[in-house]
Structures are given as structure tokens and as C-alpha cells.
Design a protein around this ligand. Structure first.
Ligand code: CO8
Length: 378
């Protein structure tokens, strides 16, 4: 029997945005109050040259260096309390939905609605994100049960590239006939993993959750769906973005709450190394399937840094990209890790005409990068 090629498409997306947001000024105010207290508490040591005084943060620096103006968060009061500086997210009873499950169900319902599908149409759930709130039972299995989906579910983690790696896994499952449709969900609570006392990075992240329906193209596939033309993934080991927080910490007496156990990065190095890696990858991926930069109407890029995105888009296009060609959401959302490029896609996809093409591209820790080429169906 002849092998039928199963075409696959992204037929729906959903977005959960937390209710609370923090402006740069609010964040900097809390940080600077903490700095004042720290310097006053340690005045003798600082005067003796035994300890360096902490420097204040600045909203002007944050916006200029990153393009970030605000971020949505799961809990604002805990982050802005100079005596605490971390979200307050009490543990829930085992019988209650977990925080990530709650975020995921909200985003997934919107994605299903957009795709015109129900739980009965889905055969698998992949939770792909940077930070899972527990290793087991898998968060994806909890979400699967909460949505009433049959089939199978699993969690995966490739930091900021988790969504594109998840899309490839879903695409493969659909093409192999293992699933008619797969939900890929990216619940990111980045603020729980961020050291709000670190001046270099306290402004970088926000929280959000995205959901994507990947399905085999059928006669009744939603008319605003995007066919997946191809996916390409790349990883290259680097210590420039790292965290060592995990179960092994109890085996090390130095404790779990030290700054280097949370998110740390060499931002400048990341910028310099990731821009060429990603722009080359997009170009190679396009040429591999016989396309060139002119064939691409939109680039939904990972949202970490505005200048980084402008530079990547410029390298791909050979000219400056307009805000329409490479939409920005990081000004409002900050870096939401794997959810970022999907938020951009979710918000800026409906105006593409039938046949127009675009690329979702993620990049981040690992290093990892993922490119998904798409064509709008009619
Ligand atoms: N306020 C005022 N001044 C500051 C501040 C601040 N908050 N922070 C630093 N400065 C000062 C520095 O001290 C330095 O001063 P000097 O010149 O006197 O030494 C000056 O500003 C410049 O500092 P930098 O060189 O650090 O500043 P950059 O221009 O490089 O900007 C950025 C910093 C914004 C971090 C930038 O480097 C960047 O965005 N790089 C790209 C990073 C990136 O893309 N990372 C991807 C990470 S996301 C990811 O992979 C997901 C990980 C998993 C998710 C984890 C969830 C938490």
C-alpha cells in the first residue's frame, strides 16, 4: 500500500495572561528599597571594604537594554515586598488543580475553541516549558484529566525553546498517525525562578501560558489554520544561561536559596552568540524547503530582548524589519520563556492572507533553537 503523507496544521492557539502586572518603576522601586536596606544593614563591612555596596536599578536602563516595560505575574505583592522579593504562591492541596494546570486549562480551552475542536478530538497532551512545578505525576497528565482527554500525555523541557520542540513532537505524532490532534501547552511561571535581588536580571521575566492545537489537516480544519511546512531544531551546549536548582540541592549543605541556584546568565555573551546561530538557522531552514526570506510575511520570534529580535530579523531579511514583520510582545509581557514566540503568534496571525507564510522561532538556554515554518490555509 502506498504511504499517505499526513499534512499537519496549527489550527488553534490560546493564551492565559495573569491578572496582575508590574511596571518597571514598581519593580525598580522595590529593588532600590531592598538595596538601601542591604547597604544600611552592612554599612560597617562596606566601609571596611569587606563587602561591595549594592547598586540601584533603573527603569531607563531596563527599557533601553531590553525593551521591557512591564510584565504579568502570578503574584505581585510578594515580588514587590522588599523583605520578600519572590511571588507568594502557597502550596495547594493534592485534590486541588495545581497552578500550572489552572493556567493550562484556561489557555487550552481557548485553543480548542479556536480550532473548533473538543476534548474528544485530542489524542495527546504535551506540556513543554522551562520550569515544571513538580516532576510527577506529570503536570501534562493532570491537565489531560482536567480537560477530559483520552490517549497519552507527557512533560518536556527545553527552556525557551520548549514550545517549538513540543510542536515538532506533536507534528511527528500526527504525521506518524499516533494522534489525530495534540495539545501543546506552555505554562511558564518564570517569576518563581527569578532572583529579584539580582540587578542584572531582576527585570527579565514574566508569567504566562500558551496552548497550541496541532492536528492532521482535514476537510473541517479551521479556515484560519496554518499548515506546518517543516520544523527544524538545534542545540549547542552553553553555560551562559544556567540554573542549578533541583533535587540535588539537599545533598549540598550550602542551601537552596543562594542566587546562583536560580536563573543566571551572561546576557552579553548570549546576545552575541545566539543572534548568528538563530539567523543562520532560519535562513538554512527556509532554503531547505525551497523558500527565501522574501517568501516570509511574518517572523514570530522568541521574546527576550528587543534589539536582539531586530538584529535577527534584519540578518534574515537583509534589511530592517517593520514591527508588523517581527511583532513585539516583550514590552508588555517581558520574557515568558517558551510562551513568548507563541504569544506573538497568537496575537499577530489572524491578518495573514491565505497562502502567506511565516516562521515561529524560539531560542534560549541550552543553547536551544527551534524553527517552525507555516503557511496560512484558506
Ligand atoms: N539597572 C541599571 N544598570 C544596570 C542594571 C540595572 N538593572 N543591570 C546592569 N546594569 C549596568 C551594568 O552594571 C553595566 O554597567 P557597566 O557598563 O558600568 O559595567 C551596564 O548596565 C551594562 O550591563 P550589561 O552588559 O549586563 O547590559 P546589556 O546591555 O548586555 O543588557 C540584557 C543586559 C538586557 C540582559 C541583555 O544582555 C540581554 O537581553 N541579552 C540577551 C539575553 C537572552 O536572550 N537570554 C535568554 C534568556 S531566556 C532563556 O533562555 C530561558 C531560560 C529558562 C527560563 C528561566 C525562567 C526564569
Amino acid at each position: 500500500m502506498e504511504n499517505m503523507v499526513i499534512r499537519a496544521a496549527i489550527s488553534g492557539t490560546g493564551l492565559f495572561t495573569p491578572n496582575e502586572s508590574i511596571s518597571n518603576d514598581e519593580l525598580v522601586d522595590a529593588f532600590n528599597k531592598w538595596v538601601e536596606q542591604f547597604n544600611s544593614d552592612n554599612a560597617t563591612k562596606i566601609a571596611a571594604g569587606e563587602l561591595a555596596a549594592k547598586e540601584p536599578s533603573s527603569s531607563a536602563f531596563i527599557e533601553k537594554a531590553s525593551g521591557i516595560k512591564s510584565r504579568y505575574v502570578m503574584n505581585k505583592s510578594g515580588i514587590l515586598d522588599p523583605a520578600r522579593m519572590k511571588p507568594s504562591l502557597p502550596e495547594r492541596h493534592n485534590d486541588e488543580p495545581s497552578i500550572q494546570c489552572e493556567m493550562a486549562v484556561s489557555a487550552a480551552r481557548e485553543a480548542l475553541h479556536q480550532a473548533g475542536r473538543t476534548a474528544e478530538d485530542i489524542d495527546a497532551v504535551i506540556v513543554a516549558c522551562s520550569n515544571l512545578q513538580r516532576p510527577y505525576p506529570a503536570v501534562s497528565v493532570e491537565i489531560q484529566a482536567a480537560l477530559g482527554i483520552n490517549g497519552f500525555a507527557y512533560d518536556m523541557n527545553v527552556a525557551c525553546s520548549s514550545a517549538t520542540f513540543g510542536i515538532q513532537a506533536a507534528y511527528n505524532a500526527v504525521q506518524a498517525g499516533n494522534a489525530r490532534a495534540v495539545l501543546v501547552i506552555n505554562p511558564e511561571i518564570c517569576t518563581a525562578h527569578l532572583n529579584f535581588r539580582d540587578r542584572d536580571s531582576h527585570f527579565i521575566f514574566g508569567d504566562a501560558c500558551t496552548a497550541i492545537v496541532v492536528e492532521a489537516v482535514r476537510d473541517d480544519t479551521a479556515s484560519n489554520a496554518f499548515e506546518i511546512l517543516g520544523t527544524q531544531l538545534k542545540t549547542l551546549y552553553s553555560n551562559n544561561i544556567r540554573n542549578n536548582f533541583g533535587f540535588l540541592n539537599r545533598c549540598d549543605e550550602s542551601g537552596v536559596d543562594l542566587p546562583d541556584k536560580l536563573f543566571i546568565q551572561q546576557g552579553r555573551k548570549v546576545f552575541k552568540e545566539v543572534v548568528p546561530l538563530v539567523s543562520t538557522m532560519i535562513q538554512e531552514h527556509l532554503s531547505e524547503i525551497g523558500l527565501s526570506a522574501e517568501d516570509v510575511t511574518r517572523m514570530w520570534l522568541h521574546q527576550a530582548n528587543l534589539s536582539m529580535n531586530q538584529l535577527i530579523a534584519k540578518k534574515v531579511l537583509g534589511r530592517e524589519a517593520s514591527a508588523t514583520e517581527a511583532p513585539v510582545i516583550l514590552d508588555e509581557y517581558a520574557n515568558t520563556s517558551s510562551a513568548g514566540s507563541i504569544i506573538a503568534f497568537h496575537k499577530y496571525k489572524d491578518d495573514l492572507a491565505e497562502g502567506e507564510q511565516g516562521v515561529i522561532c524560539s531560542f534560549g538556554a541550552g543553547y536551544s533553537a527551534g524553527s517552525v515554518l507555516l503557511k496560512k490555509l484558506g
